[in-house]
Ligand binder design. Structure first.
Ligand SMILES: [Zn+2]
Ligand SMILES: [Zn+2]
Length: 173
């Protein structure tokens, strides 16, 4: 498949290049020109962060080409009912978003690793996968805190992998 990465806000281009490299197992990964976070997105202030409503990215990504489109932003994200989220996607849709706002405290390598796992998790949703509550090592396990992300792997487990592979095969990867 063709995966488009679309940066929003201020994201280090070398981090985007590394993420692009890490996601090549999904197919052809292209990098779209960056954009600012649209003023129309819902914002709120929470514990010192300005947060943007994660689902608002779906609208902004609709015009982007690609089988799947992944927004990468430096702004903190929230979803209904949650204090914050590391990323967001809807099952069986083309769009996913991840935020690097909470990934950077332990050095650059850790940031890229966390961004990669979060991107794979959100892309997994777009391939039809739900959360894997039973397996804390599976990339589809929900991350409530950064320790959850650091503990889990970047792979779909044996239970999750077939569904992801099936959707990917239909997309020509
Ligand atoms: Zn999820
Ligand atoms: Zn799994």
């Amino acid at each position: 498949m063709i995966l488009t990465i679309k940066p929003f806000g201020t994201v280090d281009p070398t981090i985007l290049a590394q993420l692009q490299q890490e996601l090549t197992s999904f197919g052809t990964v292209r990098l779209a020109p960056g954009a600012s976070v649209p003023d129309s997105f819902v914002r709120r202030k929470r514990s010192g962060y300005v947060q943007v409503q994660a689902s608002d990215f779906e609208k902004a990504l609709a015009e982007e080409r690609g089988d799947r489109v992944l927004a990468v932003t430096d702004v903190d994200l929230f979803d209904r009912g949650l204090n914050f989220v590391f990323g967001h996607a809807t099952v069986h849709d083309r769009f996913a978003v991840i935020s690097i706002a909470r990934f950077g405290d332990d050095g650059r390598d850790k940031l890229v690793e966390r961004a990669t796992k979060t991107a794979i998790h959100e892309l997994g949703h777009t391939l039809g996968l739900y959360h894997d509550d039973a397996n804390p090592d599976c990339v589809m396990h929900f991350s409530e805190k950064i320790e959850d992300t650091d503990r889990k792997g970047r792979a779909f487990c044996a239970k999750c992998a077939p569904a992801a592979a099936f959707t990917l095969s239909r997309l020509g990867t």
